[in-house]
Design a protein around this ligand. Sequence first.
Ligand SMILES: [Zn+2]
Length: 445
Amino acid sequence: MDQERLLRELTEFLRIPSVSTLPTHNKDCRAAAEWVGAELRRLGCHDVEFLGSETHPVVSGKGPDVPGAPTLIIYGHYDVQPPDPLGEWTNPPFEPAIRDGKIYARGSADDKGQVFCLLKAIAALPRPPVNFRFLIEGEEEFGSTVLFDLLKREPQRVRADAVLVADMSYVAPEWPAVYTTLRGLCYAEITVRTSKTDLHSGEYGGAAPNAHEELCRLLSRLKSEDGKINIPGFYGPVKRPSKAELAAWKKLPFNEKDFLRKRVQAKALVGLKKYSVLERLWALPTFEIHGILGGFTGEGAKTVIPAEATVKVSMRLVPNQKLAAVERQLAAAVKRLAPKFVTATVRFLHGADPAQIEVDHPAFQLLGQAFKEVTGRATVPARAGGSIPVVPALASGGAPVILTGIGLPDDRLHAPNEKLDLKQLWDGIEVFGRFYELLGGAGRM
Ligand SMILES: [Zn+2]
């Protein structure tokens, strides 16, 4: 493997600041799509297309025809999360730097580094062993609307023998995994308005209502200190994992103290204490506050009673919860819990249903075998706390969706100093190459 050349090429891809949520980066998103398109052409793809959007297209391509071999769809995304807070990065997020065998940059693990790995694994083979189809999107961090619309219009695009999604990580160092569930997501903005305009806190303070105060009270009613979410009906469909699954989790190298000390890097863990940390992370829904807007947040002092306050929140959903139902439940709870003199409104930004995946299809065995041959350990089934909204749509053609990845749990996705261990990348290129060969050898499924 010419590691030097590969690192140069990966660096080029990571340099493109393809932040899909910020319109100022539309050109960069398109540039990242072009980068992927050029790679696909180099792999011998015919029909490389940019579909559904000028700025955030789905890059689609068909690998060379391999008669009689299975068809494998490769999914990934070239967009990335915003890099802020910039001050916390050791190197600038779009100027990749290598330290201690790791490459640090926004997108290194989520998901450009992994897309790179899947594509270079093909390039490293003497000839393609399967019929590759590519769907590399540019809106994963922004709701996947373009890809959703595309698959609705053209459902045949997910007809295949298997779909490979490498947007995940090992469950622990040296423990590759395939994922059996993904949490869904319900992202909302809640706004409370308490008066027509902002008011002077000397003239009105003590008698006028304060939007931030009412918002804080509302939030503390929605989720209590012990971590319980007080939205009527919310926990109704949530099922506890089976005894066998809980027992399997106990065998994973997961230590709550290490998790707190090394990964969370806080003084305590929170949440529903009667459940294990893994159960809280994988099998229970969440309610998180992401930011509060309104009032005065500039430098210095300004004595204002804010008339309006907005909070951005999201809930991660677990199997059997439904996005549409949770939206209704949240809207009803806000209405019920806000005092009568407050106008409270809820706006939903984006979301996804949770996904559940059976991992008994033979393709999962072959991936496990490839990992075992290259890294010494086969994949273990695990659950994921995160969301990939488009997974149910990718599964809609009936092909098994293999959720796996080469990242590590401490890659700091969506956070400052995101990284990818280079050993994971080099191993990954070998693993996926081997998987493609095994799949080709197995024939149509
Ligand atoms: Zn991702």
